[in-house]
Design a protein around this ligand. Sequence first.
Ligand SMILES: Cc1ncc(C[n+]2csc(CCOP(=O)(O)OP(=O)(O)O)c2C)c(N)n1
Ligand SMILES: [Mg+2]
Length: 358
Amino acid sequence: MKPAVARSDRNRRVVEFPHVQFKLLSLAKPTSRQKAVVDGLGKEKLIEMYRKMLEIRFFEQRAEQMYQQRKIGGFLHVYMGEEAVATGILAAIDKDDYVVTSYRDHGVALALGIPPGALMAELFGKVTGVCGGKGGSMHFYSKEKNLLGGHGIVGGQIPIGLGAAFRAKYMGTKQVSVIFFGDGAINQGVFHEAANMAALWNLPAIFVVENNLYGMGTSVSRSTAVSNMAVRAASYDMEGLQVDGMNLLETYGVMKEVVDKRRRDPCPILIEAKTYRYRGHSISDPGNYRSKEEIANYRTADPIAQVKKFLNDLGWMDDAAAKAMDKEVRQEILDAVEFAEESPDPDPAARDRHVFVP
Ligand SMILES: Cc1ncc(C[n+]2csc(CCOP(=O)(O)OP(=O)(O)O)c2C)c(N)n1
Ligand SMILES: [Mg+2]
């Protein structure tokens, strides 16, 4: 496979995705659209989004450590590297919109504002977890946040999100349904069935394919006939667009426009977020199918480091403030671990409660 290449342009770093030629837009020299996005957001909200990305990163670093210490069992698929996708996309929706995602769900849950303690406790299998300790890493849910779940079946979440979009249209609410799934899931029949229905009935379904270039161990170039997934929208007469998923201002800016339009006039869209996962598919994947150089290369476009530098350049967050925030968020995650450790196990007598048997 042709490796990705990073090279310095005059003012911006360009990272080319293999086979895609999609250019990541560095924040080093903001475009006029990025400037407009910053003006709309304002200092406080942008810093809050930066903090959210830190929270996701530190939560997962700590979760990996807890897994190694065998405090967490089962699967663990981390989102590291993809933080700007969930953070930007979900900062642009309202509280009562619907969200559904795959098993790589930590970033989405944290971006929605679910407290890290309740999520860490879920990883630990404790009764204080978001699913009472019965769901684990792949199955974060929140009725309060309209998070319709993390789902372990590849593509299984897509028709669920479609159902939520149908409800919104049928009831005449202005809600949208955000459906995250991976590049592997876009080849599942269920995506195509859902896309067809969404287009046919003009449903406010926002399909977000997180193209991190790999499925479980297979690269997109080995599994997918097209390198630009957004083009698949055309099959359903639906709008399709690509966004730099390593760039918070791009994910937020694009999503804001997309959502505003759908509140006025419900219709579906396919957004392809170009991104990269730093870790293996799951914690047990050594990732032998890609090189260290490739990973290091994508890390040069790290979504968190980009925003940090950007805030510094704006004079909105100096090194001391960044350091203080780092410390504060790390402590918040340590508190979450402590909460999880100290929480009780579920009652064995409740084993069959909440288990649906058709
Ligand atoms: C229906 C189904 N087939 C296969 C699997 C095994 N499996 C789990 S994750 C995965 C890869 C999915 O990759 P992608 O959609 O790109 O998501 P990512 O892990 O990159 O976020 C596969 C094949 C599964 N869970 N469900
Ligand atoms: Mg993938």
